[in-house]
Design a protein around this ligand. Sequence first.
Ligand code: 3H9
Length: 759
Amino acid sequence: MSLALKPSLGVAIPPPFTQYSSLQTDRVDWESMAQYVLGKAAVAVIRICNPPLNTFSAKTLLALQQEVKHANIDPTVKAVVICGANGKFSAGADIKMFSSLDRGSTPSLGSVIDLIEKSDKPMVAAIEGVAFGGGLEVALGCHYRIAHVQARVGLPEVTLGILPGAGGTQRLPRLIGIPASLDIITTGRHIWAAEALKLGIIDEIVEENTVEAAIRFAERMSDHPVGLHRLCSKQIPSLPNMDAIIKEALVKVKKQARGYLAPEMCFQAVVASLHLPFEEGLRKERDLFHFLLSSGQAKALQYAFFAQRNMEKWTLPSGASWKTAAPKPIQRAAVIGLGTMGRGIVVSLMKAKIAVVAMEQDKNNLEQGRGAVMALLDREALRMQQSGQTLDVHKPGLLHFTLDFNALQDVDLVIEAVFEDMALKKKIFHKLSTVCKPEAFLCTNTSCLDIDEIAAVTRHPHQVIGTHFFSPAHVMKLLEVIYGQHTSPTAIATAMSLGKAMGKIGVVVGNCFGFVGNRLLGPFRDQAHFLIEEGSTPEEVDQALEGFGFKMGPFQVSDLAGLDIGWRLRKEQGLTGASLPLSTPPRKRGGRRYSPLLDFLCEKGRYGQKTGKGWYQYDKPGGRVPKSDPWLHGFLADYRNTYNITTRTITQDEILERCLYSLVNEGFQILSDGIASCPEAIDTIYINGYGWPRHRGGPMFYASEVGLSVVLAKLQKYAEANPDIPSLQPSPLLRKLVALGSPPVSEWSSLVGSQNSKL
Ligand code: 3H9
């Protein structure tokens, strides 16, 4: 792009702007304020333009560098505003660029920021939409920052397995101090403009045209020296108890990291800013950045980032997708059942600014539900207020509680969230089908039941769809959107669009018992139980999986969720000890190995945390801190004696391999059955709903990194040793992929074959 100012090439920009070049993808556009429009000072506007989020690709960086140079040498320019096209400043470096090592003649983002900072002309960042990662680093290189009230800023690199590598770890502490920088950089959290102003990251918030406000600001500053506003030459604000603050922060980072490298490296880079001169700090940052970038964790996290984005682009084998199915607008929704799930769903809908009719079956449950929902909403409103957002909880007509089905006559969509009881769900859907308008979408929040069986009792089965939320529903991001045989593409598009409005990560999956998430959980949990039958303790299994990166091991999760839930369901189905024919072998069901351990604990009233005893003991019912329970160890020893199980020492490797590979194996089966459309869907579900450590990239990605032939060989070994556990028998798809030379994850979907596809 040349410096010569050209007449506008047809993109209309209203006064006071005069545009001198066309807006094109992947370039930085040059505009200049006409001197006569704003008075004495001339302000150049450099607009970063690389839709949709103005990320820094090689071309964008080069153009930004050129335009900053142009502005620096143009004598008519007195000050510069840097902004982003289409109301977004920038989402940072283009993540896809990290995998290409050949940077050619592209300048580094750090060197461009250096050029901005060193300029003698005031540089003002006009932040709209987002300024994340390298985007915020560019803004920190500017001498001033003006943001729109709805803008968000942050340094989320840590969530991609890296750290801010263009000076962010050295400039931010010089601006806002060490404690706040450690919090922001080690967590990667997004910060709304109001909080950013309070922290001192930005200088001014505006409610209307940010670029115009920045131009006026730049004009005012045009004859002010910029020296004091260069963060590179600022001192870090000192605190008397800095050592203690740093120590405490490190403990916190280590506790949360669980084997995840980036947070601790972010910590080290920020602390370096305290001890090292700016240039040396930058070198330290660069070294740590390159160390992380070459780690497997960065690869896994960047895979997870794009896997998650791919979930939005669902396509059915029929060809239906966003291109053919448009979502219907949802202005009014109903939630049936105000238990834990229903309450969270009401709050999620309210946060998406959708009016809600909340329904219960009797007055007592309704009042309890109302109290709990209002308390949750008040808490959310307060939390949002603290970050400068609003949630209007008490606006008339927004939330209505009822016992009457007739109140559902005009809703656009219903989410049923009652117990997992097929008969009850069918009764409700039959009633909904007669009460609701024909075009209303009927969603069931089930974690495992058959969508088609529920749809069959309605008049409009194409309007019926599964929406599996995760608990607590107003916090957890995952939403499995389950597609039955009659579900219309419009219903899928609407559920996905509603999920996005609620801030959820929707994943379209096929219909089978447990769908994707809970179906995968089955073999994993079975292995955990078999391992403690054979000689491990719950503590050993939990520790092995926590060491792998899970926040909680399966036995702690079981205690938290309540052992009795699954037990009651199995009891109803006649699968537990007391309800079985006497001839049934105790550790078999249908010829397969079965562990009755959990049933035995439930029969003794050990339901987990709620009763103060489960796989662990707690100081009281409802206690949260698990303690090893000698009674349980004695019980396990007696159990092994009773069933003549030879106790052996089980290694941590065996625990991990049996739990994780049996889960992965089920994943291959799910792909073959067409329940998940691609391995990325399984990985996105497991990371966002089941505590799989994100830095391991999801179970299917993990298997590909370990090596499919290794996974196959281990499964074969364990299957031979345990012929009565069919879930250890390697899936035919796994065998096929190994035979094909273990292609990368991105190629698996095309190799599955479409004959079984349910999507
Ligand atoms: C960095 O800056 C490193 C520097 O410190 C140092 C360098 C030396 N790159 O999420 P969406 C794509 S690291 C490439 O659906 P939303 C995304 O894949 C970067 N692509 O929108 C999608 O593509 P497609 C630090 C990116 O409104 C499309 O844009 N920055 C990037 O729901 C729309 O995205 C971050 O970590 C990127 N940086 O959410 C921010 N960002 O349409 C990462 C997005 O083909 N980005 N895309 O599927 C985000 O967190 C979200 O995109 C954001 C918008 C919240 C901004």
